[in-house]
Design a protein around this ligand. Structure first.
Ligand code: NAD
Length: 268
């Protein structure tokens, strides 16, 4: 069986380097190449070496178009500002696209949805198995518990993270809103500061912590009078996201165009 060739966008980043290791560990796929910004200090260096492995014989480059054209699947963990360009290339070539970049604005999200008309696109705010189970449990708990349970979502990430709340926290909020059959935009409370007044019944609150090298902690708290349920996931290493993204890349093989989620892949 021929192996699936994978190209990484953002290959010099924290997730990009984890992806190089995850592809190296996985069966059925091979690393084709990696691209990063022209300002990245690792330009021209070997992708294996950058990831802490033996040399792979492939250098980090800036040629996004060539990689998207040549790869069976592209995995994108970059920055929101470049997503529209990446999505347009994918739309043009029909290359399968696994996208984990978070903090997207509406136009960037629309570009991904447009690409899904001609390519198999898998988008997840979090590619870990455990978080995807937490999403399913949150939806279920929110559907079962009434509005006497206040829902709060707490997340903590490393000091370098640039968006807040995390994409995963927002996805957990969306799962809770789906369970309650409400519109998240209308009930989300994302920035408490000062004299906020009492908590509004039905709101879904978000709290954000940043510090150290925390890979990603999330809790959904359902708080009623005299009792509290908490669904918590703690990521100890970003390899869990990289392994999930590679699993998603393998799943795209032979898949029709469309926008898929990690929930589709795991069957939750
Ligand atoms: P990072 O800053 O370490 O890596 C991002 C990389 O993208 C950098 O190396 C940067 O130079 C590169 N980049 C910038 N412009 C580029 C361009 N034009 N072409 C190619 N590369 C370019 O960040 P990170 O921690 O690796 O996270 C990357 C993204 O993935 C963030 O949005 C983060 O929130 C998200 N993330 C998602 C998941 C998930 O499971 N979905 C998990 C972890 C992180």
């Amino acid at each position: 069986m021929t192996e699936l060739s994978i190209g990484i966008l953002g290959a010099g980043g924290r997730m990009g380097r984890a992806l190089v290791r995850a592809i190296n560990d996985a069966e059925g796929c091979v690393l084709l190449g990696g691209v990063d910004a022209d300002t990245h200090a690792g330009q021209g260096k070997d992708l294996g070496t950058l990831a802490g492995l033996e040399p792979a014989g492939i250098a980090l480059t800036t040629d996004t178009r060539a990689l998207v054209e040549a790869a069976d699947v592209i995995i994108d963990f970059t920055v929101p500002a470049v997503i529209e360009r990446h999505a347009a290339l994918v739309a043009e070539t029909g290359t399968s696209y696994v996208v984990g970049t978070t903090g997207l604005e509406a136009a960037q999200q629309q570009a991904i949805e447009a690409a899904a008309e001609t390519a198999a696109v898998i988008q997840a705010a979090n590619f870990s198995l455990g978080v995807n189970l937490a999403l399913a449990l949150t939806r279920q708990a929110a559907a079962a518990l009434g509005e006497e349970f206040d829902i709060e979502i707490v997340e903590m990430h490393h000091r370098h993270k640039i968006d807040a709340p995390s994409g995963t926290a927002l996805a957990l909020g969306q799962a809770a809103a789906d369970g309650r059959q409400v519109n998240l935009d209308q009930v989300a409370d994302r920035g408490r500061d000062g004299i906020t007044g009492a908590r509004k019944r039905g709101d879904i609150g978000f709290a954000v912590l940043r510090g150290g090298n925390v890979a990603g902690d999330h809790s959904v708290v359902f708080a009623a009078d005299d009792e509290r349920i908490e669904i918590t996931h703690k990521a100890a290493d970003r390899m869990i996201f990289a392994r999930g993204a590679v699993q998603a890349a393998l799943w795209t093989s032979g898949r029709d165009p469309g926008l898929y989620s990690m929930q589709d892949i795991l069957g939750f």
